[in-house]
Design a protein around this ligand. Structure first.
Ligand SMILES: [Zn+2]
Length: 76
């Protein structure tokens, strides 16, 4: 199988992503979620990490890893 040289696109902000992640079934082909949008969505829509994983896939595998350590008390 030929490797696709095109990096992925963030499904939320449309920005090109710095590396290729595995395709998550719930996203359009070639689309993933960048770290900034993951943080933004989590706060804006008050979603749990589990919600985001269900929609966008596993951090660092299907989408960009969120390296920022959030001091959110809303989690578990
Ligand atoms: Zn984004």
């Amino acid at each position: 199988m030929a490797k696709n040289p095109t990096f992925m696109t963030c499904t939320c902000c449309g920005e090109p992503m710095e590396k290729k992640y595995q395709q998550w079934w719930n996203q359009d082909r070639g689309h993933s979620l960048c770290a900034l949008c993951a943080i933004w969505i989590k706060h804006r829509e008050n979603k749990s990490d589990g919600d985001i994983i269900r929609i966008y896939g596993e951090e660092g595998i299907h989408r960009e890893r969120v390296s920022e350590n959030e001091n959110s008390s809303a989690g578990d």
